[in-house]
Write a protein that binds this ligand. Structure first.
Ligand code: SF4
Length: 275
């Protein structure tokens, strides 16, 4: 490939949705209008993938791409925001926290190339939502069935902890992602408490009726929404959870089995949100 530290637009990274004409959000004020103006998930993914609105995260993601982890010293890194991945008309949305510095930030695809992804894609495959159980690179042939994976924050943050300002700056991308996917979505699987907290204000911004108070996050918590949709809480498949046995394959299978069952249900009855 014709890049090393970060994937340049048009340089040939597999699946790169951006082109030289893709508009760039150079600060937080420009994220909302660019998100709202994206007419399709493909266009939204392109705009996300070139965003530079958060100075600390831009510096961090590009530094990680330049310094690399020793195991990947000979590999090119994506080093850009990680857009959504999966079906263009999803019935199941999977909402994560943010890219890992040497996982998605390296491969350019959500949950691809790290241990969390090994657990997640294995579970999606067992439940019929992924074509294969492994995800190692953007060109590994993996496809998702009726499923799209997105994140509350699209750039790798130091210590996996975005600041509240960064979370809020990235929210318009999430709102637009939800708006474009909502007509077909039946189930939203939320991985971890950070993503759980990020989802509800975004749904409210879309005009989706959200329970008050919002139920607290927990594994297996299920929140029904209008139109027959459902939100499911799931522990994040981080090593902290999987190594300790807090999250097991059976627990993931339970959640994604329920999501897959919802996906097979009749189409939601509510209309598309306005945002
Ligand atoms: S975290 Fe979101 S808003 Fe901030 S630079 Fe990355 S994509 Fe843009």
């Amino acid at each position: 490939m014709a890049f090393d530290n970060c994937a340049g637009v048009g340089a040939g990274w597999p699946g790169d949705p951006a082109t030289a004409d893709t508009p760039v959000a150079v600060d937080a004020a420009r994220v909302a209008p660019l998100a709202a103006g994206a007419g399709s998930l493909r266009e939204l993914d392109a705009r996300i993938s070139v965003c530079r609105a958060c100075p600390r995260l831009v510096e961090w993601r590009e530094r990680a791409a330049a310094t690399k982890r020793r195991a990947f010293a000979d590999e090119p890194y994506w080093g850009r925001p990680v857009p959504g991945f999966g079906d263009a008309q999803p019935r199941v949305l999977v909402l994560g926290l943010a890219p890992g510095a040497h996982g998605s930030n390296r491969t350019g695809r959500n949950f691809t190339g790290d241990r969390s992804g090994e657990w997640l894609f294995a579970a999606l495959h067992r439940c019929g939502l992924a074509s294969q159980p492994n995800a190692v690179a953007a060109d590994d042939g993996l496809t998702l069935r009726g499923t799209r994976i997105i994140a509350a924050v699209r750039c790798a943050p130091p210590e996996n902890k975005p600041t509240p300002v960064e979370r809020d700056a990235c929210r318009p991308w999430l709102i637009r992602d939800l708006a474009l996917a909502w007509p077909t979505t039946r189930a939203v699987v939320v991985l971890g408490g950070f993503a759980w907290a990020a989802l509800w204000p975004a749904l409210r911004a879309l005009g989706v009726a959200v329970p008050r108070p919002v139920p607290g996050f927990g594994h297996g918590v299920e929140v029904p929404l209008a139109g027959g949709r459902v939100v499911l809480g799931c522990y994040h498949p981080s090593q902290q959870n999987t190594f300790t046995g807090r999250l097991t394959p059976a627990m993931l299978d339970d959640i994604f089995g329920r999501a897959a069952a919802s996906a097979a249900s009749p189409a939601p009855s509510s209309t598309m949100p306005s945002a």
